[in-house]
Design a protein around this ligand. Structure first.
Ligand code: ADP
Ligand code: MG
Length: 656
């Protein structure tokens, strides 16, 4: 077996973990953490009864780690060593080391709250700080402290400052290992670049191509950009007789293996940030870095998290550059200016600081911790973000006024999607519209599958396409368009052209949501409102999922309105909604004084939560008083009428 830098410290890792039960390991990328540490712990007998769970932030890394460990031990994948990720699992009863993604570990914690069958949990790439891994770490740490002192925790990373995490783990021993690295010379752009990301990336490849003879690794924000850059480089690659390889999380496993496999032929690898620290391609000597990544960020106007393209931190950029110097000296071309480099944040902001907390809090409640402020977070979330999430969960009917999970809440917690969309699915199922509700949920969750209108098409005016949509709802029009396209009809609509790839992706998401819904084994729908049309039933379901995104027109015929909570909004010219008193906002863009509603739906007052329309009582978790207070306020204008500590009966919870 090839010797790796980590080998030298494996004995110390084993000794320290055996003695102390927790351990922090820092070693550079490529040192051998992922592939060598779990087998060493197994061979030392540290997991005598149960499994070693290796937590990876990405599917691709979980699969690759398991495959690599199995190969190094010369065993078949899926017996002693296996992996489990969403949609794909290879493990057996006798599996001793299982590489999993965060979602899988969180689900395991729900069904087996004390992790009975597990001896060691290894948190890999902990510096990524996904909210799910923060949540899982807190849960595992609490299990270790309160019920299972024998449970062992290892936290590994290439870049993490070991101090705070070692302190969090009760003064855990820290082991560090040096990797072999070679110098990487860094080049910047001379001036500001006006080209698109993909044009610049393709140009960058041509710049570095003759300066080195190893593989070239290009960092791009997403799959779309990877395919586009690949097309832009086609001609160049043909001339130079090199092959272009995409590398991203959803790549089929066989293709993944081929990219990672050692090869004497020169490769140009176009990757997302999976190649930053998660997987290693040997023999890279040049990196072209576009300097951006897609990150999740809460969009308060829409009330959901959105993937946004943002500049990466200095620390990420250094990691990316380091990929060029693993086997020989290398070069890194950064597609931004040196002067702007120091304006980038030093570290990536952890997800817990930037995303919606309602999903994680729902998970916590369902695990048995109703109060997020009492949970042992590695880094606590902001109290106002917790309060916001509590309020939303209450509005969705997921918890009572004391923050405790309701039965509805426990059903929502079992659906692996945002609580709002889970609520939409359940409401859809209850009214016999599960399939269309799942499609709607997919549409709201994923990126808009419609590309900008082609020139010459009527833009802005009311939609006039072949679809029979007088639904008074932009999202339902889009849903109708998807349905029409799936039946083989047109893909051109007044608001844009349907991107076929995105449409089939949405259909897959829809089918997965439907399977998740079926797994809940709910009683069949009771159709108590047979008068209502399918559109009306869907819109009602949408209101239960977005009760705080309803807006009321300022005056009859005005395109301006006030959203629940007091935010001023204006119906955009793209929206088909022109009449009615109330409308629901599902796609909102920050405007100057009023936010612009790109997608709206006409709703009726009787669909709203059955509190009085003009005044509404919110239950609000008061961060300083550390208790729930009842806040009575004007539903739309956010005038606070009164605030009292909560002693409310449950009957005030939103009715079903
Ligand atoms: P770390 O987790 O510290 O970044 P890894 O354990 O992933 O390091 O990898 C250690 C070394 O093993 C790498 O430097 C690489 O040489 C080799 N390696 C790992 N996975 C593969 C693979 N799938 N194919 C070929 N080599 C691999
Ligand atoms: Mg690793």
């Amino acid at each position: 077996m090839l010797s790796l830098p980590i080998d030298a410290v494996l004995p110390e890792i084993v000794t320290q973990l055996r003695a102390r039960g927790t351990l922090v390991l820092r070693a550079p990328t490529g040192a051998g953490k992922t592939t060598r540490v779990p087998p060493a712990l197994l061979d030392a007998g540290l997991a005598s009864r149960g499994q070693i769970v290796l937590l990876e932030p990405r599917r691709i890394a979980a699969r690759a780690a398991a495959a690599r460990m199995a190969r190094e031990r010369d065993v078949r994948l899926g017996i002693e060593i296996g992996y489990q990720v969403r949609f794909d699992s290879r493990c057996a009863r006798e599996t001793r080391i299982v590489a999993v993604t965060e979602g899988i570990l969180l689900r395991k914690l729900q069904t087996d709250p004390f992790l009975e069958g597990v001896d060691i949990v290894v948190f890999d790439e902990f510096h990524e700080r996904n909210l799910s891994s923060d949540l899982a770490l807190g849960m595992v740490r609490r299990v270790q402290q309160e019920v299972r002192p024998d449970l062992k925790i290892v936290v590994m990373s290439a870049t993490l400052d070991p101090g705070p995490i070692a302190a969090y783990l009760g003064g855990a021993p820290t082991v560090e290992s040096l990797g072999r690295t070679f110098p990487v010379s860094i080049e910047y752009l001379k001036q500001r670049d006006r080209r698109s990301i993909t044009e610049a990336a393709a140009w960058g490849v041509e710049q570095v191509f003759h300066k080195t003879d190893g593989h070239i690794l290009v960092f791009l924000p997403g799959v779309g950009e990877i395919h586009k850059t690949s097309r832009e480089l086609e001609e160049f690659a043909r001339r130079q007789q090199v092959k272009i390889w995409p590398l991203y999380g959803d790549l089929p496993p066989e293709e993944q293996d081929q990219v990672l496999a050692p090869s004497s032929q020169r490769k140009i690898v176009l990757a997302t940030n999976v190649a930053e620290t998660s997987v290693t391609i040997d023999g890279v000597t040049a990196v072209v870095d576009t300097g951006v990544a897609r990150v999740l960020r809460f969009d308060p106007l829409v009330g959901l998290d959105r993937l946004e393209i943002e500049p990466i931190s200095q620390s990420s950029a250094d990691q990316r550059a380091g990929r060029a110097g693993r086997t020989a000296p290398g070069i890194c071309l950064r597609l931004w200016e040196e002067v702007s480099h120091r304006h980038r944040p030093e570290q990536t902001e952890p997800e817990i600081r930037r995303v919606d907390l309602s999903g994680p809090l729902l998970q916590l409640k369902s695990w048995g911790e109703p109060d997020a402020l009492l949970f042992p977070w590695f880094e606590p979330p902001r109290a106002d973000a917790v309060a916001q999430a509590e309020l939303l969960l209450h509005r969705l009917g997921a918890c009572d006024c004391n923050g405790r999970l309701t039965e509805l809440g426990s059903q929502l917690a079992q659906l692996p999607t945002h609580p709002r969309l889970a609520r939409l699915l359940l409401a859809g199922q209850q009214s016999g519209e599960a399939r269309r509700a799942a499609w709607l949920a997919a549409l709201l969750e994923e990126r808009d599958p419609f590309m900008r209108p082609r020139p010459g098409m009527n833009r802005g005016g009311p939609p006039v396409s072949a679809v029979s949509h007088h639904s008074q709802s932009d999202v339902l029009d889009r849903l109708g368009a998807l349905e029409e396209a799936e039946r083989g009809g047109t893909i051109d609509f007044p608001w844009g052209t349907l991107h076929r790839g995105s449409a089939s992706h949405l259909a897959r998401v829809r089918d997965q949501l439907l399977r998740d819904l079926r797994d809940l084994q709910l009683p069949p729908a009771v159709d108590d409102d047979s008068e209502a049309s399918t559109d009306e039933r869907l819109l009602r379901a949408l209101v239960t999922a977005f009760p705080d995104r309803v807006a009321k027109r300022r005056a009859v015929g005005s395109d301006k309105g006030i959203m629940v909570g007091g935010r001023g909004v204006k119906l955009g010219p793209q929206s088909c909604v022109r009449t009615g008193e109330l409308f629901l906002c599902t796609d909102v863009d920050a405007g100057q004084t009023d936010a612009i509603v790109r997608q709206a739906s006409l709703v009726l007052p009787e669909w709203l939560p059955p509190t009085s329309l003009r005044t509404q009582t919110d239950l609000f978790f008061h961060p300083t008083q550390k208790q729930v207070v009842a806040r009575r306020r004007d539903y739309f204008e956010d005038l606070i009428l009164s605030e009292t500590p909560c002693a409310l009966p449950d009957t005030d919870a939103p009715a079903e």
